[in-house]
Unconditional design. Structure first.
Length: 406
């Protein structure tokens, strides 16, 4: 078990509502270890300067740290080259950039495929691209809480130009078989875009083995700072893509009426980038690499296997998604009796347990599941079996408070 790493996270050592904090809102954002906080302070204390501009020493150091961070990210997701790594604000920006690229390619009668379990940031950019081009947006539905591969096969055709899917659902925690999907998508000549916001923090990612065309994720969900994320794209596709933003840093020559762009990856990074964010993300990746992503995944599997029967034993508790543990990762969305999920989350907060309640930015999914909202507990490396016990105990207390003794 990884439990000893909890002491690396100063924020977790606090009392909330007279109880020790149990942080189970990791799908929304994760906490930062001291090692990442130290690197951020070190960067600002020693090397802060703008990148790719000055010839002075600090600027060179800052540029070196920023570009080393890009290489760290490339290695982490096994990209062929750091040219394929674009720094963004987060998953949302990355998906918007790809959908913007899609607008240049899509024509009326073309089709884009997403699924009913997507986060809004993998729905709305595609709605916009389809509305602007006349292309049709089609949805894959679910079977037993997972993508229904038969439906995917049915809707894929030579009309399909883009397929964009979450690697792991932020509500149901199920993992999509991306490698198999990539084969199907490429067989009809379409591009596969993967929303890796919930997978990259929790499992080994190999973009070459998965053979994805684009892959987006966020630093803050994997121990890094907010405001930094990554869009991976195959080099030949990024070469085809036009920049989405224009300004300083991304140009080669600027004339009165036109300008030329720098080569990859800089043509996409207009303006002063989030340098400290990239350096902090690299520190987070170093931290995760020290643990080993296989161990991160194994730890979460152990926690879920531990808490699952305890949750199942609570009368009136409904868990959404697959009931097959081998198909699940560390996200559990549930409801308790007929209680409103916000009431449950508020009651859990009184016990020091932080969970999220609501639609989790996946309104089409909740409509599909026919539930207005759920409570969601999501786990990460610093969570312990004691945290699981505390969650179960707090749920039982909540149930008894509202409905009387079990
Ligand atoms: N895609 C998925 C699958 C997500 O879970 C999220 C964030 C995003 C995209 C967007 O990431 P961002 O960093 O650009 O905001 N998910 C959540 C969540 O589940 N609760 O809060 C944020």
């Amino acid at each position: 078990m990884l439990e000893e790493c909890k002491s690396d996270f100063p924020i977790l050592d606090q009392i909330v509502n007279d109880e020790p904090l149990v942080y189970l809102d990791n799908a929304a954002t994760t906490q930062k270890p001291q090692q990442v906080l130290d690197v951020l302070a070190d960067y600002y204390q020693k090397d802060n300067a703008n990148v790719h501009r000055g010839v002075h020493t600090l600027s060179e150091r800052s540029t070196a740290r920023y570009e080393a961070a890009r290489q760290t990210v490339a290695d982490f997701i096994r990209a062929k080259s750091s040219k394929e790594i674009l720094f963004t604000r987060g998953t949302t920006t990355g998906l918007n950039w790809v959908a913007q690229f899609a607008r240049d390619l899509l024509q009326a009668d073309d089709e884009v495929i997403i699924s009913v379990q997507e986060h809004h940031s993998n729905i709305i950019p595609w709605q916009q691209a389809c509305q602007k081009t006349g292309a049709k947006l089609r949805y894959v539905t679910l079977k037993n809480g997972e993508l229904d591969m038969d439906v995917l096969k049915e809707v894929l055709s030579e009309k399909t130009k883009f397929v964009s899917l979450a690697h792991i659902s932020n509500v149901l925690g199920s993992v999509a078989p991306i490698k198999e999907i990539a084969e199907l998508v490429h067989a009809v000549g379409a591009y596969l875009v993967v929303d890796g916001a919930q997978s990259t923090p929790h499992m080994v990612i190999d973009v070459q083995d998965l053979d994805v065309d684009f892959f987006a994720f966020s630093g803050h969900k994997m121990l890094g700072p907010t405001g930094i994320g990554v869009l991976y794209g195959k080099q030949e596709l990024l070469e085809l893509m036009s920049p989405v933003e224009f300004g300083g840093e991304m140009i080669e020559f600027v004339y009165e009426q036109y300008a030329t762009w720098k080569e990859l990856p800089w043509k996409f990074e207009a303006g002063t980038p989030n340098i400290a964010g990239a350096v902090g993300l690299a520190a987070a990746i170093d931290y995760l690499n020290d643990i080993g992503m296989e161990h991160v995944q194994q730890h979460e599997e152990e926690l879920i296997a531990y808490i699952w029967p305890k949750l199942q034993a609570i009368p009136g508790l409904t868990i959404y998604g697959s009931q097959d543990l081998s198909k699940r990762t560390g996200v559990i969305a549930f409801n308790l009796d007929n209680l409103h999920p916000h009431d449950v989350a508020t009651a859990l907060d009184y016990e020091g347990v932080a969970v999220r309640a609501g639609h989790h930015c996946a309104q089409p999914l909740l409509r599909y599941l026919q539930v207005p909202a759920t409570v969601r507990a999501s786990f990460y490396i610093y969570n312990t079996k004691a945290d699981c016990d505390k969650l179960v105990e707090a749920i039982i207390k909540t149930k008894e408070f509202f409905n009387g003794p079990i």
